[in-house]
Structures are given as C-alpha cells and as structure tokens.
Ligand binder design. Structure first.
Ligand code: AHR
Length: 502
C-alpha cells in the first residue's frame, strides 16, 4: 500500500534537479552537440538540430559546462574570437586529443539559448587565476564600456548574457588540483570574492564539495565558508558496479551485478543524508544548498572505443537507476537545489547517443521524459505502509544484497483550480511484478482520466542505431475513481501516473 497525502506538502522540487552535464570529453560536445555550421548534419549555428530538439522535449532546465576535470585546465580566452585563431591544446584528462576550442563561451551560451535552459559555468580554480575567473564573469555578464565587455562586443555579442550558476573549481580534491579541504576553502573564498554581480545579474556560487563518502571534506569546507561565500556545495557520486579498474560491462552483466548496481545507486540516499547532517551543524538555517552536480552510472567503455572517451551503452538497468535516483532527489528537494546527470550526449549515462547523422534516445532519456512533470511541482508525503501504518516496503534479497522493490515519489501542482498528482514508481525486481495499491486520504478521490506512462523491458535490453525504439515508454489513459487504485508494475519497470484528485 502506498499512502499519498496531497495535503501534506513538503518541498518545492527545483526544476534544476533534472539538470544535465556536458564536458569537453570524448564525443559529448563535438559530434554529440556541435558539428559546426558547414556540417551536412542539419544544424542551427553549428548545434545539431536533432539533439537540441530531443533535449528541448525534456524541458532541460540547466546545463553544466565545460567540465568536469576539463574545467580546471580550460582557459576561456582560448575559446573566443575567430575560430581559426583559437588556441589548440591537449585535452590531458580525456584521451590526450587536441582540443581546438571551436566550441567556446559564445557557442555554449548560444546552445543554452536554443535549449532554453540556464547555463551553469564551472570556472578554472585549479590551473587558472583569480583574474581570469573574474574577467570571464565580466565578459559574460557586464554591460558598459570596459576593455573586457568591448572584447565581447567585437566577438559579436552586444548585450551581456544572463548567468546565474557558477561553480568555482571541480573536484579540487582530485583532478582539480589535489587540494586539501582547508587549502581549497581558502582558495574558494578568494576566487568567489572576485566573481562579481554586474547590473541585475546575480550569481549563485557553488563551492566544490565532496566525492561520495568523503565526509571530512564536507566538514572542513563547511567549517570555513558561510552563505556570504556560497549558495551551495556540490556532491559527486557515480554508480560503479565493480571497482575503478574493472567497472563492469554496460550491457553484459549478471543478475548479481544488476542488484549490486541498483544497491550502489540507492546508497546515494545515505550519502546525501550524512552530508546534509554535517552541513546542518554549520548551517542550521539551511542557507547553503546541496547540488549533486555529477551522478550516474559508470561502466567500462564499449569495446573498441577510445578508453578516454567514456562511451557506454545504456540499458533498462540504467533506467531503473535513473528512476530510483530521481525519486531520492525529489524526496530530498528541501535541500537539493540541483542535480546534473553525467553526461548529456555520448558520455557515461547519456540521454542520447549519436553516430554520424543518426541519434538514438536511451532508456535513461525516457525516464527524464516521464519525470519532467515533477519539475517545479511540490513534493507531497507518500510512504509504503500497512493498515497499522508500519513501513512495509517489499524487500528483494539476492545473495547478501537487500534492496527495496519499490522506489517512489509523488508531487502535486495546481492546474485549473484542481490538484494534479504526478506519481513515479519503479519496480527494481528482475523477476517479480509488483502490485501497488495507491491510497489517498478518504476525503480525496482520483477523478477522471489518469495518464499512465510505462517503461519496461528486460534489464539488459537497449536501443541501437538499427533498432532505436527497442526500449521505449508507452502511454495509456485509464479511468480512475475513488480513493484507492491498484497499479501493476511488471518486473524491471518504471511508471509515471498523472491524475487529478479532488
Ligand atoms: O564525468 C566524468 C568525470 O568524472 C568528470 O570530468 C569529473 O568531474 C568526474 O571525475
């Protein structure tokens, strides 16, 4: 039984929880997004039309760029001005290929315009300078007659852009400079001080937070910064079925590896709660948000592809990871202000894979599509319990792994003076279907047509360029009445229901 209480509103679900990440890594930017104006692939100002259209359909709220590890070796001046004059650099983190900087600040902000999303820029703290960071913000957001703003105008952009989200450094405990938390915290404070608000543009500043279970980083950072310095701190957590040497195949995995993957994905909830508890000690008023600005599955690269390009396939297992992760983020939306799955196209747990002129949408894409109604909605109380109100989530046991079979979250929006519920459910079992009774308080009733979207397939099923819709959600309409409704979830499935209640 899943109890849903539309009156018990808990928190606003920031649309940014459904955010994405794009890095100069492998074929994410080049091929995946940017093909250049002279390409045979249909494009607008160099951006692939098919990819932009597919991402717009997700109502993508925010896109993080230029990295990742790349951010701390990126020098923004290399990526402006005539393309033929742009500096060529070695992308030392990702395959050692030459980056010619033909996609830079103007191109990224043009992409965000086409996607109608907020840009989220990561500035270089690791190998850059304070002046460089400060001038990048000025270049993008200041008006008037300064040397920097005039440079922007010479490069074809008269008006400043709107820029809200700025991350200062990336993984500075690792690829961003191997710093200790106290050293980083001091550097962060210095850098953020010179990232100014110009005109009406107000920055939301993000400090580099921990990796996974590094609670010491959070403690040391939070003891040194306050809301005068930072609006949020980041958390990075990847679901790696094996270890970093042998991560496991994206498509060829055993049942045990499946359950290990889901169990590791669910572990993010514990990690989030522990970091939030530490943040509470230093920030009891919750002025500083948590941003999970990199998350998702990370497997061995597809055989025959460049190991530095992190290209992986995406199965129904990834869809289950996505559904469960987004439900967790929704449930913690009182403190989580943003989450960015890594990465948007052709890298790690991507929405879209491309091959020359072809694209395919992955099962992960479908989950983002199904869950988009949660964006900007209000989380309401929902919990699995029996008649005596004891928690009774069915549990799956496999060898020594134990995970809940059901993942869920519920939100409400007011539409036409009525309450519209969005209920997202996932059955993590590989073998057993799950019957879920959805119960509203007695004064409420489901009324009228419910739109039910269902995604289910064998866990190892995936889409290919020859069979791009092998795993695809389908939608039906059902008549729902009364305060109790039963939904049957096939094994390994994700379901989204939108229904008015009164
Ligand atoms: O997303 C790939 C990499 O993972 C990013 O560059 C880095 O921040 C993280 O370690």
């Amino acid at each position: 039984m899943l109890h849903i209480n539309p009156d018990k509103t808990l928190s606003h679900i920031a649309p940014e929880i459904y955010g994405q990440f794009s890095e100069h890594l492998g074929r994410c930017i080049y091929d995946g997004i940017y093909v250049g104006e002279d390409s045979d692939i249909p494009n607008v100002k160099g951006m692939r039309k098919d990819v932009v259209e597919a991402l717009r359909a997700l109502h993508l709220p925010v896109l993080r760029w230029p990295g990742g590890c790349f951010a701390d070796e990126y020098h923004w001046r290399d990526g402006i001005g005539p393309k033929e004059n742009r500096r060529r650099m070695v992308n030392t983190n990702w395959g050692g290929i030459v980056e010619d900087n033909r996609f830079g600040t103007h191109e990224f902000l043009e992409l965000c315009d086409q996607l109608d999303c907020e840009p989220y820029i990561a500035v270089n703290l690791g190998s850059g300078t304070v002046q460089e960071a400060a001038e990048w913000i000025e270049y993008m957001t200041a008006d008037g007659d300064s040397t920097i703003t005039n440079l922007r105008k010479e490069n074809g952009r008269t008006k400043p852009w709107h820029l809200k989200y700025v991350g200062i450094g990336n993984e500075n405990w690792g690829c961003g400079g191997s710093m200790s938390p106290d050293f980083y915290a001091n550097e962060y404070k210095r850098y953020q001080c010179f990232c100014k608000n110009y005109g009406n543009n107000k920055l939301y500043k993000v400090a580099c937070g921990p990796s996974g279970e590094d609670y010491n980083w959070t403690k040391e950072l939070m003891s040194r910064i306050d809301h005068e310095h930072a609006n949020g701190i980041s958390l990075h957590y990847y679901t790696v079925p094996g270890d970093w040497e042998h991560k496991g195949s994206a498509t060829d995995f055993s049942d045990e590896e499946y359950y290990i993957t889901i169990s590791k994905a669910l572990h993010i909830e514990d990690i989030i709660e522990k970091h939030l508890a530490i943040m509470d000690e230093y920030d009891p008023n919750h002025d500083i948000d948590l941003l999970v600005d990199e998350w998702g599955t990370w497997y061995d690269v597809e055989p025959g592809t460049n190991p530095g390009f992190l290209y992986q396939q995406n199965t129904m297992r990834d869809a289950i990871v996505t559904a469960a992760s987004l439900n967790i983020f929704n449930k913690h939306s009182d403190r989580i202000a943003m989450a960015n799955i890594a990465q948007v196209v052709n890298v790690l747990q991507a929405m879209i894979l491309t091959e020359d002129t072809k694209i395919l949408k992955t099962p992960t894409y479908d989950v983002f599509q199904m869950y988009k109604e949660h964006q900007d909605a209000t989380l309401v109380e929902s919990y699995a319990a029996d008649a005596a109100n004891r928690i009774n989530e069915p549990v799956i046991s496999y060898n020594d792994i134990s995970i809940p079979a059901l993942s869920e979250s519920v939100s409400v929006t007011e539409q036409n003076g009525q309450k519209l519920l969005t209920i997202t459910l996932s059955n993590t079992s590989l073998t057993d279907s799950l019957s879920v009774e959805l119960e509203l308080p007695i004064k409420y009733s489901f009324c009228g047509k419910a739109s039910v979207a269902m995604l289910h397939a064998e866990a190892r099923a995936y889409n290919t360029f020859d069979d791009p819709d092998r795993v695809r959600a389908f939608e039906t309409e059902e008549d729902w009445n009364g305060n109790l409704q039963v939904v049957s979830l096939p094994a390994c499935s994700v379901c989204r229901i939108c229904c008015y209640v009164s």
